[in-house]
Write a protein that binds this ligand. Structure first.
Ligand code: SAM
Ligand code: SF4
Length: 337
């Protein structure tokens, strides 16, 4: 379903890219501490700095009025924010009224109790992050998660009719031996599997140079064992998809490191404190919370115009063996993955 009337002033940046996709980090907190994402001893934001639901709704409404048709809630872990289902219900009510789709990216830990509510609010698809099917390895990667909780959450989501895509960060020497078994499992359950290259965001717990697995290389290895047919499914995002004849499922590759996807970028990211980041890999940002609090809807709308003027052309992550520090100090959980 698409919007009936085109937006009056669509959000278009200096490079002619239409921004139609907003990712909202509803919290920087999480019940896991995945080694590639967070340090063991993360300091989280004081609650007073975090946007209230009314503020998130006002910002989402301003985007929808300017032609945003897809919203994804993320974090941190979106389902650990208190009363999160209230926000999901309010945003879900905008589906068919400018919004085409509301989705979530979740670690699945709280999915069992929320799956039915998400479906009732109009959510149709979820991305669930899962890097291994081995319980001990899962505990080691997430530092505090339980595999069984996530698997029960996936069961509940499928029972509620939600389509699921599994996101797996592929790490050399950590879980690269499980890629084929994860694919067989996911495709056997009618779920897509998308492999993600680890990105150098924030100080964390692993050596990213050693665990970095270029997905182009992995794709070529898989192509020798499976019949991979390129799909034309473009999302304006970093993923490229293939159909796997042997499993009948879809395999995605998110390659921010080895493939630059910026020319078709259609997205921006709102942090839990109301900073609008214009690129996952750059610092350019606009403070929508201050605009809204100090100037109301008019200032908020002007801030969206300002954002379009400064959205950068692209990012340039490089794995550099001589520079062990992250490319960007900001963790993925801050920007909203
Ligand atoms: N907590 C939720 C989850 O894990 O799905 C949502 C937020 S999480 C930051 C979103 C996605 O970012 C997850 O799929 C996670 O694996 C991925 N991610 C986090 N840090 C990353 C990094 N440094 N490189 C690549 N992917 C990362
Ligand atoms: Fe939490 Fe998701 Fe980051 Fe893991 S990847 S620590 S689940 S925010």
């Amino acid at each position: 379903m698409t919007t009936a009337t085109p937006p009056v002033r669509p959000l278009v940046d200096r490079y002619g890219r239409h921004v139609s996709y907003l990712r909202i980090s509803v919290t920087d907190r999480c019940d896991f501490r995945c080694v590639y994402c967070m340090a063991e001893d993360m300091t989280f934001l004081p609650k007073k700095d975090v946007l209230r639901f009314e503020e998130i709704e006002a910002i989402a409404g301003a985007f929808i009025a300017r032609g945003t048709t897809r919203i994804r809630l993320t974090g941190g872990e979106p389902l650990v924010r208190r009363d999160i289902m209230d926000l999901v219900a309010t945003l879900g009510a905008k589906i068919g009224h400018g919004l085409d789709e509301l989705t979530l990216t979740t670690n699945g830990s709280q999915l069992r109790r929320h799956a039915q509510g998400l479906a009732e609010a109009g959510v149709r698809r979820l991305n669930v992050s899962l890097d291994t099917l081995d319980a001990a390895r899962f505990a080691a990667i997430t530092r505090r998660g339980r595999l069984d909780d996530v698997l029960a959450g996936i069961d509940a989501a499928q029972a509620a009719g939600l389509a699921i895509k599994i996101n797996m960060v592929a790490m050399r020497g950590v879980n690269d031996d499980e890629i084929e078994s994860m694919m067989a499992w996911a495709h056997g359950r009618d779920m897509g599997l998308t492999l993600i290259e680890g990105m150098p965001l924030g100080e964390v717990g692993i050596d990213r140079v050693d665990s970095y697995l270029p997905l182009r290389e992995l794709h070529d290895t898989l192509a020798r064992r499976y019949t991979l047919t390129k799909l034309d499914k473009r999302t304006g995002g970093p993923a490229r998809y293939v159909h796997v004849a042997e499993t009948g499922g879809v395999l995605g590759f998110i390659t921010p490191m080895s493939h630059n996807f910026c020319e078709s970028c259609n997205r921006v990211r709102l942090t839990a404190t109301g900073q609008l980041f214009l690129c996952l890999g750059q610092d350019d940002q606009v403070n929508l919370r201050d605009a809204l609090r100090e100037g109301g809807p008019v200032a908020l709308d002007a801030a969206l115009d300002q954002a379009m003027l400064i959205k950068p052309k692209g990012h340039d992550f490089v794995i550099d063996r001589t520079r062990p520090e992250p490319a960007l100090g900001r963790h993925m959980s801050v920007t909203g993955g």
